[in-house]
Design a protein around this ligand. Structure first.
Ligand code: ATP
Length: 690
């Protein structure tokens, strides 16, 4: 049995009133919660019990299923009972219907009497029931009966009204019955639909089960997705950070891109131009390729020639080294032939007007080697009574008159510089009295052409080194500057040097001075700078001859070391350029201090003479140690060393005696030279200049 929705659960609605029952049922079948309109319609009153029950759907259902005859029967019964009830005061209503509960007298009691006298609104007011009227009170009984009669009449009237109501109800019942039939049909439809719906419901349940399973699966998936979502969130955070960085990079890259775009545009233009020029160049290239082929042929020929020339060059290099060795040998032979000790004499000119006013000696020059010097004033000999002549004739390797230039004086010295580069020790002395021109000869004047022997030697050494470098030679130059003053050595490159400067002689290495500054030199300019410094540091003292006369021996020593690695040749030579102190005799000195200076100077000069004499005599003992000067120059005096002495002469008559002394000293030295080399004048070798 399909369930019909209970009317009690429906709310009354005015909207459904007047609608056909089928429509209402259909609406309910479709899920509407509205009650059928007929069920909500106000029911006609056919008794207070029935009216109340008519609101129940169950009663209505019963009514629907009861046949119409029952209703007529009900009406009749109802009317009968109503009349009977009137006659049975103990029970106001006796319901035959199961649904109308009988009211027992027990429950009503006295109240029944009270209610009988009250009007309940459905009928006429009941006559009051007073206490029992005695039988004899006919009047009272009549009055009572009369009231009952009136009441009965009114009740009858009421019943008639009720009958008419029942007729309406009957009409209405018929309508309801018709509607009930419709409802039955609708119910069948609904049942069918319900069955269908239950089928659908089952299907839906199955689907729901499936969906639940799916849901579980989806929930699991959801959890996994949540996990992966959290992982992805972390990744997302990282990626966001990376993205930020990338964004920044992107901005930079965008900027760079724009720059590159500009550059690209420029380069595109350049490329176009270059393509154009490339085209032109390619044409030229093709042209040159053609030329190149012919040139390659010529190149191959040239290569062959180069190879041939290289072989020749190598041969010539070997020859050159051989010739250089030969040149060194021959140069040395020439120098030996010229003499290992050479003596030049140089007469200086008067340089100031005061010097021009002085009496000059008469000096006559015999070719380049000899000179004759005499006094202008002749004196009478006290012994013979005849006029006495003071003159001297001297022959030297070279005599330079006053007009001789520094360049001319240096010509011969240049050959000795070459000997130093070839690995020999060379010593150049400037000898002479104070003011005779020693310093001028060695250092020179201010002008370029007045450069003396020392700067010219420096220039020549570095010029020669350049040439030798081209032939594979490598030279290193060092220099030291010292002076010997009162037999004490002073370092002219470091005048504050308080360390002891002592001379030691080593047979292999020659003389060395301890603690002396030996300065490596890279260029001629650098060496000249040190030379100027040494010149400034040199001890000077004013004399009556020359305001800045030197009272010390100044020694400039240049160390030359040449290496030819190919041939494993090392040449070590030195050049000593010595500006000797003035050689004047003690009688012209002014004071004791000067006298001591002069004595020391003369002693060292005399020792120099003695050493040279001892070398000439080939004495067993050479007194080198008698003076610091000779001890220092020991390795440059004698042996294979080359010595050049330039005797400087002042042309003044008042210097005549000193000049004669100097010339005699020089002549003595010259004799040494000629004596030792005369026997060897056998080979005449050509002179080889640098
Ligand atoms: N050949 C020369 N030509 C021109 N002037 C010269 C010549 N020789 C020397 N003199 C000048 O004569 C002066 C004295 O010369 P210098 O100073 O060289 O003499 P010195 O012998 O070195 O004296 P001292 O021993 O005192 O040093 C200087 O003014 C110098 O310039």
């Amino acid at each position: 049995m399909s369930k019909i929705p209970k009317p009690s659960s429906f709310k009354p609605s005015s909207r459904v009133v007047g609608k056909p029952l089928t429509t209402i049922l259909e609406n309910n079948v479709n899920g509407s919660k509205e009650a059928p309109a007929s069920l909500l319609r106000p029911q006609p009153a056919y008794g207070f019990g029935l009216r109340r029950r008519s609101k129940s759907v169950t009663d209505l259902r019963n009514i629907i299923h009861k046949p119409l005859t029952d209703l007529a029967q009900l009406k009749t019964q109802f009317l009968k009972k109503d009349i009977q009830n009137e006659n049975k005061p103990k029970c106001i209503i006796k319901a035959n219907d199961k649904n109308v509960k009988p009211i027992s007298a027990k429950n009503t009691g006295v109240k029944r009497i009270a209610t009988a006298n009250t009007n309940n609104g459905d009928g006429p007011p009941k006559p009051k029931v007073s206490k029992k009227i005695p039988d004899w009170d006919y009047k009272g009984r009549f009055h009572q009966l009369n009231e009952k009669f009136i009441y009965t009449q009114e009740s009858l009237k009421v019943m008639k009204d009720k009958i008419s109501e029942f007729e309406e109800i009957e009409t209405h019942y018929n309508q309801i019955k018709a509607e009930a039939e419709e409802l039955g049909e609708a119910k069948a439809c609904l049942q069918e639909k319900c069955e269908n719906l239950s089928l659908d419901n089952r299907k839906l349940k199955l689907e729901v089960d499936k969906l639940r399973i799916k849901l579980n699966l989806l929930e699991n998936d959801h959890k996994e997705l949540q996990k992966s979502a959290s992982v992805l969130t972390e990744q997302n955070t990282k990626l966001t950070e990376e993205n930020d960085m990338q964004s920044k990079n992107l901005v930079k890259l965008t900027e760079s891109f724009s720059e590159l775009t500009d550059l690209h545009t420029k380069l595109t233009k350049e490329n176009e131009e270059l393509t154009k020029s490339h085209k032109e160049l390619f044409e030229k290239y093709n042209h040159f390729c053609e030329k190149n082929e012919s040139l390659l042929v010529s190149l191959a020929n040239a290569n062959e020639k180069i190879k041939h020339f290289e072989e020749q060059t190598e041969q010539q290099k070997n020859d050159l080294n051989h010739f250089q060795a030969e040149r060194r040998r021959l140069h040395n032979v020439i120098q030996d032939l010229k003499g290992n000790i050479r003596v030049f004499c140089r007469i200086r000119p008067p340089i100031s007007s005061s010097e021009l006013e002085l009496l000059q000696c008469s000096i006559s020059f015999v070719d380049h080697n000899g000179l004759e010097i005499r006094k202008t004033r002749e004196s009478i000999s006290q012994i013979t009574g005849k006029p006495q002549e003071f003159k001297g004739e001297f022959t030297f390797d070279r005599v330079f008159p006053p007009e001789s230039t520094q360049e001319e004086v240096f010509e011969d010295l240049a050959q000795l510089v070459q000997s130093a580069l070839d690995g020999y020790n060379v010593c150049v002395f400037a000898y002479g009295q104070t003011g005779s021109g020693k310093t001028f000869t060695m250092q020179g004047g201010e002008e370029l052409d007045q450069r003396g022997m020392v700067p010219r030697t420096i220039d020549l050494i570095f010029e020669a080194i350049k040439k030798f470098n081209n032939c594979g030679w490598n030279y290193t130059i060092q220099a030291s500057f010292l002076e010997i003053y009162n037999e004490n050595i002073r370092d002219l490159l470091n005048i504050n040097n308080t360390q002891k400067l002592e001379i030691y002689h080593n047979e292999g290495k020659g003389s060395t001075v301890t603690n002396l500054t030996i300065q490596p030199i890279e260029s001629a300019v650098e060496l000249k700078q040190y030379m100027s410094l040494a010149h400034r540091n040199r001890a000077t003292a004013a004399t009556n001859f020359n305001e800045h006369s030197s009272r010390s021996h100044a020694v400039t020593k240049i160390y030359i070391e040449g290496t030819l690695e190919d041939q494993n040749i090392i040449l070590k030579g030195t050049i000593n350029l010595v500006d000797l102190a003035g050689s004047e005799s003690a009688k012209v000195t002014i004071n004791d201090e000067r006298l001591t200076e002069t004595k020391n100077i003369n002693k060292s000069l005399a020792t120099l003479g003695d050493v040279i004499s001892a070398l000439f005599c080939k004495s067993k003992h050479i007194p080198y140690r008698n003076s610091k000067l000779t001890y220092l120059l020991q390795s440059c005096l004698g042996g294979n060393s080359k010595t050049l002495m330039v005797v400087n002469i002042a042309p003044f008559e008042e210097c005549f005696n000193e000049s004669i002394n100097s010339l005699r000293f020089a002549a003595k030295v010259k004799e040494v030279k000629t004596g030792s080399k005369r026997n060897k004048l056998v080979l005449a070798q050509p002179t080889m200049k640098l």
